[in-house]
Structure formats: C-alpha cells, structure tokens
Ligand binder design. Sequence first.
Ligand SMILES: *[C@@H]1O[C@H](CO)[C@@H](O)[C@H](O)[C@H]1NC(C)=O
Length: 510
Amino acid sequence: APRDLMILIAFACCIFTWFFFLYPQILYIRVSWRDGTVPLPPQPHPACKSSGSFLQELSDLTHLLHWPPTPGDGGNLLSSTSPQTSTYHLRGPSQASYTLGGYLEAVLVARDHQGRPKTHGGDLFRAQLLSPYLKAGVPGDIRDLENGTYLLTFPLLWAGQVQVQVRLIHSSEAVGVLRGIWRDQWATVDFTGYFRGPTGHEEIVTCNVNPLLTGEEESTCHYRDEDTGELWFCARPPTLPCDSLVGHSSGHYWNHRLGYRPLVSPQQPCRPGIPGPRPSGFYHRAVWHSLSCSGRSFSTAASVLGCLAGRIVHMMGDSTLRQWWEYLRDTVPSLKPVDLHATYHTGPLMAVETTRDIVLHWRAHSWPLRSLRTPVASLHSVARELGGLAGGPHTVVVLGLGAHFTTFPPSVFVQRLAGIRAAVAALLAREPHTLVVIKLANTGYKSVYGSDWFTLQVNRLLRAAFADLRVAFVDAWEMTSSLGLPDRIHPGRLIVRNEVNVFLSFVCPT
Ligand SMILES: *[C@@H]1O[C@H](CO)[C@@H](O)[C@H](O)[C@H]1NC(C)=O
C-alpha cells in the first residue's frame, strides 16, 4: 500500500525501494528529475594503464591480484562472514529525493555467524540495483575498506522503483581456501592424452599444464610451442613415442570441498581502446545500455546481416563464446552452418552467408580445454591462429578465454596471455584496421574448480594484458551480474543477445 501511495504522489518522480537481500527492510526514496539536465555517466575511473611491458607488470602479480588477506586459520565456521548477520545502512542521512544521474551510497557492515563485526576485509560481495518490472539493472561498485566494512555505490540511471540486492558470494574465509588452492596446488583438474601407434594401438595417459602433475619429470613428454613458448605435458606412454599424441580430452576433477573452511546515452560511437567506466553499462527493459559508448540494438536478422556484411569473424575461446556463434546462427536464418565434421564442442565451427560475404568461425582455445575427446590437431594455439591472420578492415577477432583457466594458479593464464597479447599487438601493428574484441569471463561458477572469485582474478589479468592495446572489451562479468538472474556459467538468451549487441556495436559503431 505505501508503494502505491508513493507512486500516486510521484508523478514525474520516481521511487526507489531499497532492501537488503536477506533483510527485507524497505525504504522508499524519491528520485527527482532535474529538468533539462542530462544525467552524466559516472566519471571513468582511470583505465588500468600498464606503465611497462605486460610481462613486467605481471611480474608484479601480487599487486595486480591484490585481495585483502584472511587472517587466522579461516577454519572456524562461527567466525566466518555470515549473510544472516551482516547489514547495511545508507551512507548519508536518508534524503527525501535523489537525482537521476546521481549515486546511492551505502555502507555494508560484515558480521560473523555470532553477530560480531568483522575486523578485516576480503569478502566477495556482489551488489546490484534492480527494477525487475522494467528488466533494468546495474552492478554496484563495492569498495573493500579492509576493516569489515564495504562501501557500496550505485549509479542512478533510470527512473523507477528499484531494489538493491547484495549477495555474499564467498566469505573472506572461503576466499582464503580458494587462494590456498591456487597457492599450494598446481591444478584442480587433469586431462587425458591419447597416443596412437602405426598399427592403431592406443595408449592413454594423463596430461596437464605442469610436468610434476603427470608423473616423474624425466618420464614426461614435453610439448612446447616454438613461437609462443606455451607448454603442455603428458606422462610418457609405456611404449609409444611422444610425437604420437593424437587425442585430447578432459580427465578428472580432483577432490576438493569448499567446506568450511532513460537514460544515459553516451554520444561517442563504440570504438576499441575507449576507456571503460565502471560499471560499463546497465540493463533497462531487458536492453544493456553501455555507459562508455552509444551501443546499438540489432534486433532484426537484416540489421545483423547489414552489420556483418563483408566480414570474416574469428571467434576463439570457450563455450561461453560459442554461445555468441550459436545465437547468430539461430537468429539469422540465412547464416548457414557448414558441417566441417569436427567435434562440435571444440570446433572448428563455421557459418556462412554467401550473398553478403559473411563467414563466422568459432574454435575452442587450446589446452587446458576441458572437453570430450577431440583430435589434438584441431586444438590450435590462439596465438598461432592470430599469427596466421593477415587482418584488415574485413577481419574481426573475438577472444573469450578464462573459464578453463580457473583450475590453475594465475601464472598459467599469465603465460598464455603473454603469447596472445604479443600476437594481438603484432596483428594490430600489421593491420591497424583489424577489430579485436575481448569477451571477459562471466559469472556463474560456484565451486573450487571455478568460482566467481577465481573468475574475477582472471578478468583482472585479461584487462591488464590488453589495457594498452586498441581492443574492445565486452564485460560479460557485469552483464551477468546485473539482472538478479540465477547464476549460470552459460548465461541465458537475454544476456547472450545483449552481449552480441555490444559486440556488433563495436563492429558497426554508426
Ligand atoms: C573503516 O574504514 C573506514 C575508512 O578508513 C572508516 O571511515 C571507518 O570508520 C572504519 N570502520 C570501522 C568499523 O573501523
């Protein structure tokens, strides 16, 4: 009833409701338009500029991946952060009205299971400002003050009733366990390599990113990419030689338990290299609105075709990027998939539109891909593939890696990124009109093999790797953290559609 009353009062006004996920205490905040003022997007935070070379920067991984430490043994459930006892309050005095284009700030006080305030930071919260009935949402910024309190900031970007949702993804104690996995173990999964002799005789062994994970080092087959230095190791098969490796698949997940222990519309077209504000955008009426550039909507097959006409798109990455390929295949009837007789889950996949000269490739990134058995010869190094592209205005490259690297310490991904970064830099140097788009990893993992905390760290590496190159980012992390939808590592169609629209906005900015 109070809500209806407020709506009646609030002609040309908007109402914000406000509740904590677990504590439905509701405040009503009136938000007023200031006539004639166009709300401005939040000031871009300075982009993560790398001062020296990428490798130099990554030699300081500790700085890049900084996360407040978890003191103590972290094993006491009662002293870990609890969503039941943690609360928030508005930062300033509650105002009678809030201005569209302004911010809402709140202070979150983390408490343990006994209700005692936490005295250290390191909890992973995710906060969103939502209007479910408008299909609107935006991720909130969370600043860890490292004393048990967190500053939440939400930009006010549309008119309407809004809820705040705050979720505790991992307590700092759980992050401590995850951090320990990266620190103390070299992997949480392994892989299977299939060797075949001249008579068809097969031998099957364990493979991984580190020789110590496959057996004694002296009885290991080493595979090193001459160009990029990427490494891969398999246990030496009993009789067959190392160069008879023909097949690859995922192996085992090692046993772990995580147990206790209206809008703003920026005027500039979407171009690679533009600084990315945080958040990078928000949802309104199920449409993602970029805050860094004027995103476009490609709602018809004809508009997608018009944008992609004359282009060859090379997508390389994991299954969350394959979802883009599948979305385009499914929404543009004349874009026909061609059967390349490859393993579907690793590719290569290809779709073509011959009247508009469109070719759409997708292939999985190479090791350490978790997959069904697939020919090793089909697992191409991303860096090498990039090295084989002439590039130019007709070439679009989309990279979407991350989800298969959460099962190893960051150094494994860093090494891979170093090679890919060098290959992207070389591609852009030989053909500056090549468009390179980086899809960040999305949310959705909730285990020790993949966890949102690992993914968040992987995304920091991705951003750092490409920060000073003219590439475009599609922030799939934020796009999967803004609508209060259930977490899925493979996001639903609404989100994929918006990710593809952001991508196409970079291909066809005007
Ligand atoms: C936490 O740190 C912030 C910023 O330094 C400070 O304003 C606040 O009072 C501190 N809170 C507690 C409970 O110590």
